[in-house]
Write a protein that binds this ligand. Structure first.
Ligand code: LMR
Length: 395
């Protein structure tokens, strides 16, 4: 039976990251997978997380199963982090949530709920979107439509085209949005544009499903959630999948959450029961470690303050790396790369061809995705000039 299965090609992101890791060139530059790296190329453990972890290790008395909905402190903290302390939906008790194994697990739970409510529903995804979105949501049976989003000519959002395409979305459809720091292009909607999306959702009845994996990595924790909060204030229902991989550095701990903003308390409770059954079908209950740590950080004022300060430092470092790259590229070549400084979060499309990206890999040990998506957080003071020089050489 099993010998009928063929070897599959490696994942377009993780496979390339493995190739970059294996490259023995001491001057290699790895801009593949979206993880934060400091000046020495390390992805650090946040001080607040390390401190919460010490407390946990000293006081933990059991490893018994978590409840299907996960850690209570984590759920409460994350609802406030995403929707805001003063969220009317939270006040009205029309939000429920379930801890999930990472942002992917959170997306999967959201997809399971959509599939239960509207089997085979159409999900509108941005062109481009994170390559895992389609297989992940499609695996439960959802269907896809694409809306135009990124305009390579202007290096920004083509909002008119997005609106034009979404005019076809109806009450049985779902609109998948990136909450902030669009992956892969780094081009985000303005708050005014989020308002237009809310108008359209109200008028046409489609439901937003927002993936927020980079809250705090763009303009700050509050600013990055402003679009989601606007939708939550205005619309009767939406789903949010949030991840603590990047903003708490909990990548390998698989710490995420699915939030359901519902019409009323009854519906919120109904969705939680559905989500718990969906989780039972797929993985039973979530992993404990990361969510307990995140829950402690979000509920202890001193840890929260320390975490926020460290996160702000990362965010401003990424933004200064963007400016440094723009400066170096301007010094090395004629092409205008100033758009890199206007984008948000870890990613940017350099606008190179696939051939140029491959050449950078083979000739310079500079690793970026075939689409020329770079992880800006992989740049540092030591590699920014060689990177710009290598890019200039393939243009
Ligand atoms: C990325 O896009 O590089 C990250 O979200 C990591 C991943 O799982 O693909």
């Amino acid at each position: 039976m099993l010998d009928s299965l063929e070897r599959l090609p490696p994942d377009s992101i993780l496979g390339l990251a493995a190739i970059a890791r294996a490259d023995t060139n001491p001057h290699k530059i790895d801009l593949t997978v979206g993880v934060y790296m400091d000046e020495s190329g390390i992805t650090p453990v946040f001080d607040a997380i390390a401190s919460a972890q010490r407390t946990l290790v000293e006081n933990e008395t059991t490893k018994v199963y978590m409840a299907p909905s996960g850690d209570e402190q984590f759920n409460l903290g994350m609802r406030k982090l995403v929707l805001g302390e003063d969220s009317a939906a939270l006040r009205d008790n029309r939000v429920s949530s379930i801890q999930a194994p990472g942002g992917c697990g959170a997306l999967r739970i959201g997809a399971e709920i959509i599939q239960a409510a509207r089997p085979g529903a159409r999900v509108w995804v941005s062109d481009p979107t994170w390559p895992v979105h389609i297989p992940l949501l499609g695996s439960v049976g959802l269907k896809f439509e694409t809306y135009r989003y990124y305009d390579p000519a202007s290096h920004g959002v083509n909002f008119d085209a997005m609106v034009e395409d979404l005019k076809q979305a109806g009450p049985d459809d779902v609109l998948l949005l990136h909450g902030c720091c669009h992956n892969p292009c780094g081009a985000d909607l303005t708050l005014e544009q989020w308002g237009v999306i809310a108008d359209m959702a109200e008028a046409q009845g489609f439901m937003p499903f927002v993936d927020i994996a980079y809250q705090g990595m763009g303009d700050g924790l509050e600013q990055d959630a402003a679009g989601i909060r606007l939708l939550a204030e205005r619309l009767p229902e939406m789903i949010v999948a949030a991840s603590c991989s990047k903003n708490m550095g909990l990548y390998r701990e698989r710490t995420g959450i699915t939030l359901f903003v519902c019409r009323d308390t009854d519906n919120a409770e109904a969705l939680l029961s559905q989500a718990a059954v969906a989780a039972r079908r797929v993985y039973s209950m979530p992993p404990a470690h990361g969510a307990i740590l995140a829950g402690k950080v979000l509920s202890d004022p001193a840890l929260t303050a320390s975490w926020k300060q460290e996160l702000e430092g990362m965010c401003s470092r990424i933004n200064s790396l963007r400016s440094a790259l723009v400066r170096e590229l301007a010094a090395q070549c004629d092409r205008d790369f100033s758009f890199i400084a206007n984008e948000k979060g870890m990613f940017s499309f350099l606008g190179l061809t696939k051939e140029q990206a491959l050449l950078l890999r083979s000739e310079h040990s500079v690793y970026m995705l075939d689409s020329s998506r770079i992880n800006v957080a992989g740049i540092n003071a030591g590699n920014v000039a060689p990177l710009a020089k290598a890019v200039a050489s393939v243009l």
